[in-house]
Write a protein that binds this ligand. Structure first.
Ligand SMILES: [Zn+2]
Length: 707
């Protein structure tokens, strides 16, 4: 799933805040100096007029607007330590490109050198991670240090200090999302590339701010990573143990996935699902006893909230001697961690003039879809009349009324002609070694509709490596490097699950190769955002059986997949609306306490539920949408999921329309990393939106509902 080493990644890393090893020069200033950017030096204003007139005199009146813009952009980032008035004036006079030839030379040089920088940095990262990413034997402690090292973490500081960044700011335009959306559709490719070049230097976040963000992020991550519930010790309403010994579920992912799996448990599934909902409804308001978190030494009834010493032992460790068996509630730690991420993220605001809040950085820079449009798309899904129809279909399939946890209903499963064991056998025979898969890539691409010559060319750019984990794709950062497909092949050959993942990752690799090597400007390499690369990978993955010659022609399967996707989008769209509401609330209440944040989060979650879910579930005031752990540690990441589903449907529908993956894929990715709406209009004629998914759902309901 990895996509590293592109210019876009550099921007994202700077926006979110990567760990930086740079130490503040003046430690005493930390904490006080960070909230506000230092004002521009007093001499700046008089320098401006003088320099503007000087540049116009030298290069002509046509350069006045460029000179004004460049001076303004440089001034907004120039600090006292960058130099005095003389240094500033000399810098501007020396580095202003005053005619088209000079601008072209500068642009081409930057484009070439940034490719070298990003590409080689990425190669170092890939090599340093090799031992931990690949199945190459034991990981030594120092391997982990290598894997965690980011050689470009100082890039932003360095490029401002040596003024590489200021040269760009003096000569190329900084743009807002509004500029890119309003004027972008009429920009030339070169203008887009210039906008992307300047965007890389649109913020200058001090090292101590990046450190604070990294720290808040890792604090929250750690809190989340240790939030396990020992399920054998969680009792149902009648005090019975429903879950097996040693079962430890991480909130919220494992709780949700277990809840989904329990639709298959005909005996106890429903009772277990009710228990898990109750656990979640104790975590959200923090009425969960602190002692039950990650602790197998107490039994807990989440309905009565009673805690007792564990009556059975199912862990290796002994109870800590100082453990107090009490149901004293967790002291709002969940919300304190979330608040910590907000306080840290906000420190970057003064240094990011074109996107001065975390909310703006997420929507305007990372996603490049305005927040109002995202909100409208999500609301279009959650308020669709199709929701009630799908809800009724689920009730029919379950044979009971919906309960709140059915937002995670997992019963729309396509029927397969082949068992997993049969598929494992077929795949293992076909791909006994990674090499066998590598050799077959050109052939697989031809089956997907790529021209044979093109298929060979793409395949030559993909290196297959043995993955340590389940697999991932790692693109290249420069055209002279290759993309890597990491896949897992056991001693007895590849199994079906591994193959399915390999086909997904191969989709990433093909996109990575084409959107880097076949693109007119390096600065436009890639796709608009991660949702696009995932969508393109899913186009491949969905055809895995077809590539084995085992595709089913049952229209039910396609319809069931769509309904599953729609219901999942309905659920995660609500979660995303809560995440957005909570970040706005924090920005509107900069002095809030964790307790107030908790109350507000619950209220926002209940409001979203009451508006879009209560009419379908016939129950009000459910806080369940606030359970996602990403909301606590991921800085407003959740809207990416529903947007990803919508984009996937649009792309899939476009591919379906033309009937062949290869040519469409090749055509679509040529747009590169321009704004999502502009990309999607080139690809499908429509901006990013929910219509494709809703139309597919309507068709699917007719196919499945009629049965
Ligand atoms: Zn992926």
């Amino acid at each position: 799933m990895l996509r590293l080493g592109t210019a876009v990644i550099l921007i994202i890393a700077m926006a979110v805040g990567v760990p930086s090893f740079a130490q503040s020069k003046d430690k005493k200033k930390m904490g006080t100096a960070v909230e506000k950017a230092a004002p521009a030096p007093a001499w700046m204003k008089s320098s401006h007029t003088k320099l503007e007139n000087g540049l116009v005199k030298k290069y002509g009146e046509t350069q006045r607007a460029r000179a004004q813009r460049g001076l303004k952009q440089v001034a907004s980032f120039w600090r006292t330590e960058d130099g005095d008035q003389t240094a500033f004036e000399e810098f501007v006079t020396t580095n202003f490109a005053g005619d088209q030839k000079a601008i072209d030379t500068m642009f081409n040089r930057y484009e070439y050198l940034l490719e070298q920088y990003n590409g080689h940095m990425h190669e170092i990262v890939r090599e340093f991670r090799q031992q931990s990413d690949l199945d190459l034997g034991p990981i030594m402690p120092y391997d982990e240090v290598f894997a965690g090292y980011d050689p470009s973490s100082h890039a932003s500081d360095d490029f401002f200090n040596n003024k590489i960044a200021f040269v760009v700011l003096l000569n190329f335009p900084l743009t807002t999302l509004q500029d890119r959306l309003e004027k972008g559709p009429n920009w030339s490719r070169r203008e887009w590339a210039e906008a992307r070049l300047a965007q890389q230097f649109s913020k200058r976040i001090p090292a101590e701010v990046n450190l604070a963000i990294a720290k808040a992020s890792s604090d929250a991550d750690q809190y989340i990573a240790e939030y396990n519930i020992w399920m054998h010790h969680v009792l149902d309403e009648k005090g019975q143990r429903l879950f097996p010994a040693k079962m430890r579920l991480l909130s919220h992912w494992n709780l949700r996935d277990q809840l989904k799996a329990d639709y298959a448990d005909k005996e106890n599934g429903l009772a277990k699902q009710r228990v898990m909902q109750q656990v979640m409804e104790r975590i959200i308001p923090q009425t969960i006893p602190e002692v039950v978190v990650n602790n197998p030494h107490v039994d807990w009834n989440p309905f009565t909230n009673e805690v007792t010493a564990a009556k059975v032992q199912d862990s290796e460790s002994a109870a800590p001697g100082d453990m107090k068996v009490t149901n004293a509630a967790e002291p709002n730690t969940r919300y304190a961690k979330l608040w910590g991420t907000y306080v840290a993220a906000k420190k970057a605001d003064p240094y990011s003039p074109t996107a001065p809040t975390l909310i703006a950085r997420r929507f305007d820079e990372n996603r490049e879809i305005p927040e109002e449009r995202v909100k409208a798309m999500l609301e279009q899904v959650v308020s669709s009349p199709l929701v009630a129809q799908v809800g009724q279909l689920i009730e029919k399939r379950l044979g009971r009324p919906l309960e709140p946890f059915d937002i995670w209903y997992a019963g729309f499963r396509p029927r397969s002609k082949y068992s997993e064991a049969e598929l494992d056998k077929i795949v293992a025979e076909k791909y006994p070694t990674p090499d066998a898969y590598t050799k077959d890539i050109p052939n697989l691409l031809v089956k997907l509709g790529f021209e044979p010559e093109k298929a060979k060319e793409i395949a030559a750019n993909i290196v297959v490596d043995p993955a340590r984990g389940s697999g991932h794709a790692m693109g290249a950062g420069m055209r002279s490097a290759k993309s890597h497909l990491r896949t897992r092949v056991g001693k007895s050959g590849m199994n079906y699950k591994g193959y399915n993942i390999a086909v997904h990752e191969m989709g990433h690799n093909v996109e990575q190769t084409l959107s880097l090597n076949d693109i007119d400007h390096y600065l436009l390499n890639g796709v608009p955002n991660t949702a696009f690369t995932e969508a393109l990978a899913f186009v491949f993955q969905a055809r895995d059986l077809e590539l084995l010659g085992l595709a089913s022609d049952d229209p039910q399967n396609e319809a069931l997949r769509t309904l599953n996707d729609f219901w999942g989008t309905y659920e995660i769209a609500g979660v995303a609306l809560v995440d957005m509401g909570v970040w706005h609330w924090m920005y509107d209440h900069p002095k809030a306490t964790p307790e107030q944040l908790k109350q507000a989060t619950m209220q926002i979650a209940r409001d979203v539920w009451n508006k879009y879910y209560a009419p379908v579930f016939h129950k009000k005031d459910v806080p369940l949408l606030a359970i996602y752990s990403h909301m606590i540690d991921s800085f407003l990441y959740l809207p990416d999921y529903p947007i990803g589903h919508l984009i996937a449907h649009q792309i899939e529908e476009q591919v379906e329309k033309t009937g062949s993956v290869g040519p469409e894929f090749t055509r679509m990715v040529k747009s590169g990393s321009i704004a999502p709406d502009v990309w999607m209009k080139n690809a499908t004629g429509q901006p990013v939106g929910a219509e494709a998914m809703l139309a597919a759902t309507e068709r699917a309901l007719k196919t499945v509902g009629g049965q």
